[in-house]
Every structure is written in C-alpha cells, then in structure tokens.
Design a protein around this ligand. Structure first.
Ligand SMILES: Nc1ncnc2c1ncn2[C@@H]1O[C@H](COP(=O)(O)OP(=O)(O)OP(=O)(O)O)[C@@H](O)[C@H]1O
Ligand SMILES: [Mg+2]
Length: 491
C-alpha cells in the first residue's frame, strides 16, 4: 500500500541525495562534478523505486509556453485544488469566471484506476549566474514545472493512459473556460467582440423531440472528427434554418454556439467584394466556428437562377455569368460574389484544413432559394422553425414565468391550435411589464391577444367569402344579361 508517508520518505531520500550532489557541484571542478554526479544519480536511482517525470512551463530555445504544462495546470487546478493548502486564482472569460490553480511547492495526490500518483509544483530560478542586458520574457527568471511521481511498476499505465487522460481533460477544461467571440466582416477583415448571448437549447421554445434530434446531431458532429477523416469529407455540417420572422432562427444560432462552445462568424455577403475576398475571409476562420449567413435570400442575387436554368437549360457557369451581369446592370449590389463562389465556400474546398465548422443559412423564404445552394450534402439539415405550438409555449412559460402548469394553460393550448402566433410574440406577452408581475395576469394578456387574432382571422375569412360570393353574383348576373342580349339579338 502506497502512502503519503512512503512518498515523504522517498522524497526526503531523493532530496538529501540531490543536496549532496549540489555540494559536489559547488566544490569540485565542473567536469569532475558531472562525472561524480552521473554515477551518484545512477546509484540513487538504483535504490529508488519511484519514477519522476518533469513538465516544464517553457520549452525550446524560443521559450514557448508548453501546451502540456498548460493542460496539466488546468487539470490539477480543477481536480486537486481541495487538497492544496495554497492556491492561485485567475480570472477568465472577460473577468466573469474565477479559475483556481495550485501554488508553487504544493503537492497533490491523484488516483487513476486504483493507482496513486503524486504531482508536485515547483519553480527554478534559471538566471542566477547570468546577467542579461536584454529584457527577459515575463520579467521573471522563474521557470515553473510540475513533477509527476509514481512507482516504477505502474510505468505502462501512468506514462500512457493516465497522461493521455490528464492532457485531454486539461484541454477540455480550457475549452470550457474559453471566452467565445462573435466576428463580423468589415472591409475585408474580421472584427470581434465577446459573445455572451444567453440562449441555450434548454431555453428554446421548440418541440422536445425536434430539440433532442438537433442537439444529438450537433454533438455527434463535434465528436466525430475521425469519422469525417475516414470517409474523406471536410469536418463541417450545414444547417438551413427557415421560417417566418420571430420564430427563433437567430436564437438557435446562439444556442448552437453555446452548446458546442464555438465562436460565431457572422458573414455579411453584401460586404464581400468578390469570390477572392470571400476565400481570404474564409481562410482566416479558425476551427470550432459557427459560420452564419443570415437572410441568404436577401444577401445576394443568388435566387431565381434556377428558373432561368429550367427554361434555358444553361450550364452552371453560364448561369453564374448571367447572374453577375444582371447584378452589374442593376447596379444595386456592390458584391460580385457568385453562386459558384458560395458553393465552393460551402463545399469546404478552402476550409478543409481548419475543420470543425458548422455553416448556418437562415431565410424567411426557403422557396426562393436555388436548389443547388440547399441540396443535401451542402446544407445537411433543413430545420423549419414555425409558429408557437403548445409544447413550445410551455418552455416559454417556464422561462418567463417559472411555471410548469396553470389553469389557463388549457385555453392557451386550444387557441394556439387555432391561430398562428410566433414565439417572439408569445414571449412579448409573457415579459414583465412594469406592474404586471403576476403570471395569471400575463397569461390572461396572452389569451386576449390570441382571441383578438382569432377574431381577426375569422373576420378575414368571412370577408373573403363575401367577396367571393359577390364576385360569383356579379358573374352570374353578367351571364344572365349576356343570355338576354343574345335572345333579343336573335329576335
Ligand atoms: N423558438 C424560440 N424560443 C425562444 N425564444 C424565441 C424563439 N423564437 C423567438 N424567440 C424570441 O423572440 C426574439 C426574436 O427571435 P429571433 O431573432 O431568433 O427570430 P428570427 O427567426 O431570427 O427572426 P428574423 O427572421 O426576423 O430574423 C428572440 O429574442 C427570442 O427572445
Ligand atoms: Mg434572425
């Protein structure tokens, strides 16, 4: 049974050995000290059943910060802070989140598959003998490191699976604490601000099965890099979100970014001069990104070309040329991005190197879009976001009123089955407005709005019917008059 006492003994043994070696180094010439040191270490190692692996903070000549060190720091900071008596705190996510780490010279124990290991944090002052006139990175000569100590007999487990596990967990923690960004393109460059949209799939008003299906699809995508590599496809997935205004298309984009912890690149196509600029912008997009083109039907003159193709049976290239010419003639659009440029962009010809991208198009008029743009394989998933169903209303009631049920729910369910109201409108009625804090009052407000809409709809139907009848009446009287005229002529 390994214990901390045992570790303490071994530690002090190794410590004394190193102390003796340091004395040698000080009093003997360098070459003799090195010689004795080498054999002395061998002797100590012969009796020492423990192995030490050291991970330095900086690596290489250029003093780059080691990725492994950072991952270990994250891992220990999250998993071992309760054991350490001295901690260091730092702020992440734009100062909104505090992350703890173990301080220098702390020692923590970790257990992996029943095997105990020890981590020790330390620092070394490397510049004691040298004097430099150049500014030194970080203004400090302290080089921090972590030492992992474990028994020799666990070498296979600790040097392989355990270390892989620590580095993977550390990376995942770093991603979780990362500040997300939203980028927009202006004059050929990306500009960003922190992305802090609160929307999540939990707060989205959507039928539960639909929500589950979309979430599972996204998670499967983000976890299957190996699969995409095997089948030879760029690691990307296209989503087309369509539906009337106020049904949650933009909200879903935020929910996707929050679910996958990706940055958002909001691509304004009318601000891109031509296909070359589009390519340049695309090459700057990092991996783990949601690339968004909102209102794709309004973005460019990319619609209506299919109809021309149907009549002219022109090739794709000719079609694009026509589109370009028309765009120029109209003079209304400055962008010369073409349909084929955009298709290449979606197909990932230039983006294959980055990977892990979700491309989202939104539109209010799916019927206007060119089929080439939205065929499967380009836009893998077509999601219709529609008027508020009762299931979706229940999510909004939970979000806005914090109620799961209410006597007025049945009336609302009945009315939502009869009239169309977008989730945005429903949400507006449930929002706190000054004194109307009571859930019942707000639900009553929603019922009145739905009833008004139902009456308006019935009135519109009645109006239409009357117009139809009037038109039919006029038509039959015209026919009667025609018949009469014909009869009189015949006489
Ligand atoms: N399905 C939904 N779930 C939760 N909130 C929603 C939903 N749909 C709309 N909302 C609310 O309505 C507001 C407007 O929604 P959103 O901007 O996502 O609509 P949209 O479909 O993108 O509309 P547009 O077509 O005009 O861009 C949001 O701020 C959100 O609060
Ligand atoms: Mg929108």
């Amino acid at each position: 049974m390994e214990s901390k006492d045992m570790f303490g003994k071994v530690g002090s043994m190794v410590g004394s050995a190193l102390f003796v070696w340091a004395i040698f180094q000080h009093y003997f010439p360098q070459c003799l000290a090195d010689f004795i040191g080498r054999y002395y270490r061998k002797l100590v190692n012969f009796f020492n059943p423990y192995i030490e692996i050291t991970f330095n903070e900086f690596t290489g000549q250029r003093g780059m910060r080691s990725e492994a060190y950072k991952d270990i720091q994250n891992y220990l900071g999250y998993n071992s802070t309760r054991q350490a008596s001295r901690l260091k705190g730092s702020l992440v996510k734009n100062g909104r989140s505090l992350v703890l780490g173990i301080d220098d010279y702390e020692e923590v124990v970790d257990v992996f598959e029943g095997v105990q290991v020890w981590w020790i944090s330390g620092k070394q002052n490397t510049n004691r003998r040298a004097i430099s006139i150049y500014p030194v990175r970080g203004q400090s000569d302290d080089k921090r490191y972590y030492t992992l100590l474990f028994h020799k007999r666990h070498w296979d487990l600790i040097s392989g699976p355990y270390l892989n596990y620590v580095l993977k967990e550390g990376k995942a923690l770093k991603d979780r604490n990362r500040q997300k960004k939203i980028y927009t393109n202006q004059e050929g460059d990306w500009h960003w601000v922190g992305f802090e949209h609160p929307a999540t799939f939990q707060t989205m008003a959507l039928e539960p099965e639909k929500k589950k299906e979309i979430m599972e699809d996204l998670i499967a995508f983000s976890e299957n890099q190996e699969y995409y590599r095997r089948i030879g496809r760029a690691w990307k997935r296209g989503y087309l979100l369509y539906g009337p205004p106020g049904t949650g298309k933009s909200t879903m984009i935020a929910a996707i970014a929050n679910l996958l912890n990706y940055d958002v690149y909001d691509l304004e196509l009318t601000g891109v001069e031509n296909n070359t600029d589009l390519k340049m912008l695309l090459m700057e997009i990092s991996s783990k990104a949601v690339i968004v083109i909102e209102d794709i039907d309004c973005s460019l003159d990319l619609t209506g070309q299919r109809k021309k193709a149907e009549t002219d049976e022109d090739s794709d290239e000719e079609e694009d040329e026509k589109g370009k010419k028309e765009g120029k003639e109209k003079g209304s659009k400055t962008s010369k991005v073409t349909l084929s440029g955009l298709l290449n962009f979606i197909d990932g010809l230039w983006s294959a190197c980055g990977g892990e991208r979700v491309i989202v198009f939104t539109t209010n008029h799916v019927e206007k879009l060119d089929q080439a743009l939205i065929r499967k394989g380009r836009m893998d998933k077509h999601i219709e976001l529609s008027y508020c169903s009762y299931e979706a209303f229940k999510v909004l009631a939970k979000n806005y009123l914090n109620v799961d049920s209410h006597p007025r729910f049945s009336k609302i369910s009945e009315l939502l089955g009869e009239v169309n109201m977008t989730p945005a409108d429903v949400a507006e009625h449930l929002t706190i407005k000054t004194i109307m804090k009571d859930a019942g009052i707000r639900l009553e407000g929603l019922i009145s709005a739905l009833e008004r809409r139902k009456e308006a709809r019935l009135a519109a139907i009645e109006d239409k019917r009357e117009k139809k009848l009037a038109a039919r009446g006029a038509k039959s009287s015209r026919k009667r008059n025609d018949r009469l005229r014909k009869y009189l002529n015949d006489q």
